[in-house]
Design a protein around this ligand. Structure first.
Ligand SMILES: [Zn+2]
Ligand SMILES: [Zn+2]
Length: 235
């Protein structure tokens, strides 16, 4: 079946995410727009995924637990998991490898963690937008050990992207999908990086504000309507 998707959305846990991006508001907006599947992918954290998945059950929107990791090279990559347990296991690993730098909410923004009743249950103390001590090189294996999938984020952006930061796609890469922000760039990107010929290309909103969540325009083909099937579709 074909599902309308937006697999890269930031909640209010990301310091740069708007405070209105509560897990329930995100899922509610996705439902209003008519999306079938979304992923909540905060910087270096999965801690709002549980609340988003609970809201997803209420609204009838499939929510895939995920994270946008910032690797040691400051490359952004979206990691998606088949269930909350494995997402939180990965969250624990990434959190242990974050520099212990306190967030300064007045400068970077708040990092709010929500419970399943749409109430704030805490704030993340460490600044989540820093690079964690995981190399892009080692990321694929770490995500696959947890039955997830990783794809480099917004590879057409000039900052925090695989191509901008490394200058090229390492030929020994293993990733099977890649995210392009503006699909108009795809032809040029493929010409310059033949590796992409073998990749499934996705395009997501990377929304930090509710109104930026995608309209139902792009679909992903899945065997079943669950998170594991979405991960499989990207492998
Ligand atoms: Zn990013
Ligand atoms: Zn992002």
């Amino acid at each position: 079946m074909e599902l309308f998707y937006d697999l890269h959305i930031h909640s209010c846990l990301s310091p740069c995410g708007d405070d209105d991006m509560t897990p329930a508001n995100i899922v509610g907006m996705a439902a209003v727009k008519g999306l079938d599947v979304i992923a909540v992918t905060d910087h270096n954290s999965c801690k709002n995924c549980e609340a988003a998945m609970a809201a997803g059950k209420e609204y009838g929107v499939l929510v895939v637990p995920g994270m946008e990791i910032c690797t040691a090279e400051e490359v952004h990559a979206v990691c998606l998991f088949p269930d909350l347990e494995r997402a939180m296991d990965f969250d624990g690993l990434v959190h242990s490898l974050l520099p212990p730098v306190e967030n300064r909410p007045e400068i970077f923004g708040r990092q709010q963690i929500y419970d399943c009743g749409d109430q704030v249950r805490g704030e993340e103390p460490y600044l989540l937008i820093n690079a964690c001590a995981i190399s892009f090189d080692s990321l694929w294996e770490l995500v696959r050990q947890r039955d997830g999938v990783m794809f480099p984020a917004h590879i057409d952006k000039t900052a925090n992207s695989l191509i901008a930061n490394l200058g090229f796609i390492p030929p020994d890469s293993q990733f099977t999908a890649a995210e392009v922000k503006d699909l108009k760039h795809l032809h040029r990107l493929r010409r310059e990086n033949p590796y992409l010929e073998g990749c499934r290309i996705v395009s997501n909103s990377d929304a930090h504000y509710l109104e930026h969540i995608h309209e139902p325009e792009l679909t992903i083909s899945v065997g079943e309507r669950n998170a594991a099937a979405v991960v499989r579709a990207l492998l």
